[in-house]
Write a protein that binds this ligand. Structure first.
Ligand code: SAH
Length: 384
C-alpha cells in the first residue's frame, strides 16, 4: 500500500502552499471523494494525484455493538500496522445513567456475564443525535499503563497527521448518509498524543481550520508527558483544545505503581501546569479534565479520595471524570495485571463527595464493551 502522507509531501514540495490548503479544504467536503474532483487544482497536479487513494486508512473490520450505538473500526495502515477508531452515538444522559446502573450489577465471575446488555437499545434509540469519535494518535502505545490493553501489545509507530485526520474524515463519511455528523472528537484511542507532538498538532490545526468543529469540541487526553506539556505552554501554534489528564491516583506511589511512565514529582508539576495553563487561557471553557479509573482495592479507598480532593483544590477550573474500570480481555491472567471494578456504590460515594467538595464531577459510562471498544480496550482485537 502507498504511504500517502509521504507521497503527498513529495508531490507538493515545490508547489505553492495554497495548493496544499486547497487540498486540505477538499478533504473535509463529504461531497468530494477523490483528488480528481478537486476542481480548483491544475491539470498537471491532477495527473500526479490521480492514483492516490482519498483516505490513508483501509477498513479491515467494522464492528457494531449490540449494547449501544457504538461502532469500532479496525483500520489497516499502509505498512500493515493497525489502529482503531470508535464512533459513539449518544442519545441522552438518562439513557447513559440507566445503562451504567444496569451494567454495574454484572457478575464479575462469568466471562460472558460481564458483557451482558446494559440496557437493550430499541431501533428508535439507534437514531442518536450526537456522535463523539475516539481517535488514535499512535499505533500501539509505549506508556504501559497496567490497566490498559493498548500498552500490552507495545508501541508500533507514530501516526502521520493524515492518518489522524483520516479517522475523522472516515467517520464524517460514514455518518453523512445517515444525516448525522461528528459532534466531538476525543483523542483517547490508541497511543499517547503528546509523544507524537508535531503530527498531533498539525492534525488538530488542519481539522480546526477546515471542519465545523471548534476548539472546545476536541479533547486531547494525556497520561502526562512533562516536556511536551511544558512546550504547550510556550507554543502559540498549539491549538487551545480541551485537555484531559489521566490521573488515576493523587498519591505518587500508587500512581507510579499503575502508571510506570509517572515521573517523580509529576503531581506537583501537574498543579503548576494547570495553573499556568489557566493563566494562559483564563476562559472557563478551558477547564482541564482529570480522568480517574476506579480500580477496586488499588486507588479507591478514603485515603485516595481525600488525596484527590486535596490535589484538585490546588488546580483551577477542573472537572473530575470517574471511570469504571473496563475489563481488558483475559483476566484474571495473573495477579499483577488483574484489576477489579470498584463497586458502583463506592463510585457513587466518590461522586457525591467530590460534588460536596465543590467540584464538577461525572461518571463515565463506557460504550461498546461487547466489541472491546471501551476505554482501555483498544488492542486491535476483533473478537466479540
Ligand atoms: N495515552 C492517553 C490517551 C489514551 S486515553 C492517556 O492515557 O490519556 C485512554 C483513556 O482510557 C484514559 O483516560 C485511560 O486512562 C482510560 N483507560 C485505559 N484503560 C482503561 C480501562 N481498562 N478501563 C477504563 N478506562 C481505561
Amino acid at each position: 500500500m502507498l504511504n500517502i502522507a509521504n507521497t503527498l509531501k513529495i508531490i507538493l514540495e515545490d508547489k505553492p502552499t495554497f495548493r496544499r490548503k486547497q487540498i486540505e479544504q477538499a478533504w473535509f467536503n463529504t461531497a468530494i471523494n477523490s483528488y480528481n474532483e478537486i476542481t480548483t487544482l491544475p491539470k498537471e497536479l491532477h495527473e500526479k494525484l490521480k492514483d492516490i487513494p482519498w483516505l490513508s486508512l483501509e477498513v479491515h473490520t467494522n464492528l457494531k455493538s449490540q449494547l449501544d450505538n457504538t461502532r469500532k473500526i479496525l483500520f489497516k495502515l499502509h505498512d500493515n500496522n493497525f489502529i482503531e477508531t470508535v464512533i459513539m452515538g449518544r442519545k441522552n444522559l438518562k439513557q447513559k445513567q440507566l445503562s451504567f446502573q444496569a451494567s454495574s450489577e454484572e457478575s464479575q465471575s462469568d466471562n460472558l456475564q460481564r458483557f451482558l446488555p446494559a440496557v437493550k437499545m430499541t431501533n428508535r434509540d439507534t437514531n442518536d443525535d450526537r456522535y463523539t469519535i475516539c481517535i488514535s494518535s499512535q499505533a500501539g502505545c509505549p506508556m504501559r499503563c497496567a490497566f490498559c490493553a493498548t500498552g500490552k501489545a507495545g508501541f508500533k509507530r507514530q501516526l502521520s497527521a493524515e492518518e489522524i485526520i483520516d479517522q475523522y474524515r472516515f467517520s464524517q463519511r460514514l455518518l453523512a448518509p445517515e444525516g448525522a455528523r461528528v459532534n466531538n472528537i476525543v483523542m483517547m484511542g490508541q497511543g499517547e498524543p503528546l509523544l507524537n507532538y508535531d503530527n498531533v498538532k498539525r492534525a488538530l490545526n488542519i481539522i480546526l481550520e477546515n471542519s465545523d468543529l471548534g476548539e472546545t469540541k476536541i479533547t486531547v487526553s494525556t497520561a502526562g508527558v512533562v516536556p511536551a506539556m511544558e512546550q504547550i505552554l510556550k507554543d502559540d501554534n498549539f491549538p487551545p483544545v480541551r485537555w484531559a489528564v489521566s490521573l488515576h491516583s493523587a498519591i505518587e506511589e500508587s500512581r507510579k505503581q499503575i502508571m510506570p511512565s509517572n515521573r517523580k514529582g509529576f503531581l506537583e508539576f501537574l498543579v503548576q501546569w494547570a495553573n499556568d495553563y489557566h493563566t494562559k487561557f483564563p476562559s472557563r471553557t478551558h477547564f482541564i479534565g482529570l480522568e480517574y479509573i476506579m480500580l477496586g482495592g488499588v486507588n479507591d479507598n478514603e485515603h485516595h479520595l481525600q488525596a484527590l480532593i486535596k490535589l484538585a483544590r490546588r488546580m483551577p477550573h477542573i472537572r473530575i471524570n470517574l471511570i469504571p474500570y473496563n475489563y481488558i480481555g483475559d483476566e484474571p491472567v495473573d495477579n499483577v495485571n488483574y484489576f477489579a471494578r470498584t463497586p458502583h456504590e463506592q463510585i457513587e460515594h466518590w461522586h457525591t463527595e467530590l460534588m460536596n467538595a465543590g467540584f464538577t464531577s461525572t461518571i463515565r459510562y463506557s460504550q461498546g464493551q461487547d466489541i472491546m471498544a471501551a476505554c482501555g480496550q483498544l488492542q486491535n482485537t476483533i473478537k466479540i
